[in-house]
Design a protein around this ligand. Structure first.
Ligand code: SF4
Length: 448
């Protein structure tokens, strides 16, 4: 037991803040669950905490900057409370490792992405020895099943089915911060889902940095389509979504599974990053713009109601007006429901770092703005096409902005808002769409 627990009724308090992707959100939940076994309870401010953890992201410098400013802000807390334990977890911890302990002397713990299951033991060690601890072995196999999930709240849950990435996209830190791919055994995923459904979950989002490679290295090498087919018949499971796919591992088998399996939603997050073959080659993305368009055509032929989302980088080194125009053409041609558009950010440890950052910030900003405007037009038009239609929606609960109104998502991932009308989170209802905004569909529950 931690030293401070000399009075048996004292409850240790954990403050954990998460930066970055859904995988980090899930990792924080798993760390929270394993610390709860050690008697920790979660608090909402660092001032109240005995243990402060930041689960960090390295995908862009801005994400790391936020953590640095947090660390600066809590320095005083440590001076006034030397027993306080401060830890940095996740991708920035993995990338910077021991350098963080020397740069921030008030930090006690640095734990990377593959050793999160060791956080409780490392915190105990720090409390007993009063010495900092570091665990950043990138080759460690991620121990999937030893981290208990805290109870789920609501009908949605994230489930990580694989971690790491064996690809080498030049701009990406993921292979460096998450390591090599390793997949969770298929039966373990099935069992985890059954446990979640027993707790009231209706929809799961399967997570993997490179989810199309699911199964590599597992006995019999089941692929993502096999996994979906194993999950689909689980009683009580209403919907499955999955992220993130890449074009070069995409298969017709997966498209057919999306069409044939009733629980698999017709929504695909499918990053293309750039419409220029010259830039795609420099990014070490193993496809051309035409390859990507052919895959989109196959997806739409095999899954007629599919909606697509994507990731795009603007201002990648060497991107000129012609390259950017190629990206604009792709956005206009494919007509995504959503596009996540990022300004290129140099990442240490990536192969693109040697290319510098030659595209001026004003150019990156204007290209970002141009694409956002085009995409907003497309998204609004797609939402307008839903007006007068009835859409199946999974009720998530009070909407973030207007709590007396409920929200939920359609199978194609449109966000819908509607008066609750006696529905509860987890209900599958039909919503008649009355109108829309660029962000949401608005309607009424018409049947359940
Ligand atoms: S496939 Fe995705 S996660 Fe893997 S290196 Fe490329 S961008 Fe990064």
């Amino acid at each position: 037991m931690p030293i401070k627990c000399v009075s048996p009724d004292y409850v240790m308090k954990l403050y954990i803040e998460t930066f970055g992707c859904q995988m980090n959100v899930l990792d924080s939940q798993l760390v929270e669950g394993s610390l709860a076994r050690d008697g920790y309870t979660k608090v909402s401010t660092p001032d109240e905490a005995d243990l402060i953890l930041y689960n960090t992201c390295s995908v862009r410098d801005r994400a790391e900057e936020k953590v640095r400013s947090r660390l600066g802000r809590i320095r005083g807390l440590k001076e006034s409370r030397p027993d306080l334990v401060i830890g940095i977890l996740g991708c920035m911890a993995q990338r910077e490792s021991g350098k963080l302990l020397s740069a921030w002397p008030h930090v006690d713990l640095v734990c990377g992405t593959r050793e999160l299951h060791r956080v409780p033991e490392l915190v105990r060690e720090i409390q007993e020895s009063r010495r900092p601890a570091k665990a950043t072995d990138i080759r460690a196999d991620f121990v999937f099943d030893t981290m208990p999930r805290p109870g789920v709240d609501g009908p949605l849950a994230y489930v990580s089915v694989m971690r790491g990435c064996d690809n080498v996209c030049s701009f990406c830190v993921v292979p460096r911060t998450r390591g090599r791919e390793n997949s969770k055994p298929l039966q373990a995923v099935v069992d985890e889902l059954k446990g979640l459904i027993d707790q009231g979950v209706k929809e799961v989002m399967l997570l993997g940095q490179n989810i199309n490679s699911y199964g590599k290295g597992l006995p019999g090498e089941p692929d993502l389509a096999d996994l979906l087919a194993a999950l689909d018949p689980i009683p009580g499971l209403e919907r499955i979504r999955f992220v993130t796919s890449n074009p070069w591992d995409m298969t017709e088998k997966l498209f057919r599974a999306m069409e044939e399996l009733p629980t698999v939603c017709e929504y695909l997050h499918f990053p293309f990053q750039s419409g220029s073959d010259r830039i795609l080659e420099s990014m070490r993305r193993d496809y051309t713009a035409n390859d990507y368009l052919r895959l989109v055509d196959r997806a739409r032929a095999l899954v007629p109601t599919i909606e697509l989302a994507t990731d795009i980088i603007v201002g990648y080194p060497g991107e000129d007006d012609e390259d950017f125009e190629a990206t604009v053409r792709m956005v206009r041609e494919v007509e995504f429901l959503q596009a996540y558009i990022f300004k290129y950010s140099v990442r240490p440890g990536t192969t693109a770092v040697r290319l510098g950052d030659p595209v001026p910030i004003p150019t990156k900003k204007s290209r970002n703005r141009i694409l956002l405007e085009i995409q907003d037009e497309i998204t609004l038009r797609k939402r307008k096409e839903k007006v007068g239609q009835t859409e199946q929606v999974l009720v998530e609960g009070p909407s973030k902005k207007v709590p007396e109104i409920f929200s939920g998502r359609t199978r194609q991932n449109h966000l819908a808002v509607f008066p609750p009308d006696g529905t509860v989170p987890g209900d599958l209802v039909d919503v008649l769409v009355a109108d829309c905004t660029p962000r949401v569909l608005r309607g009424e529950v018409c049947s359940r």
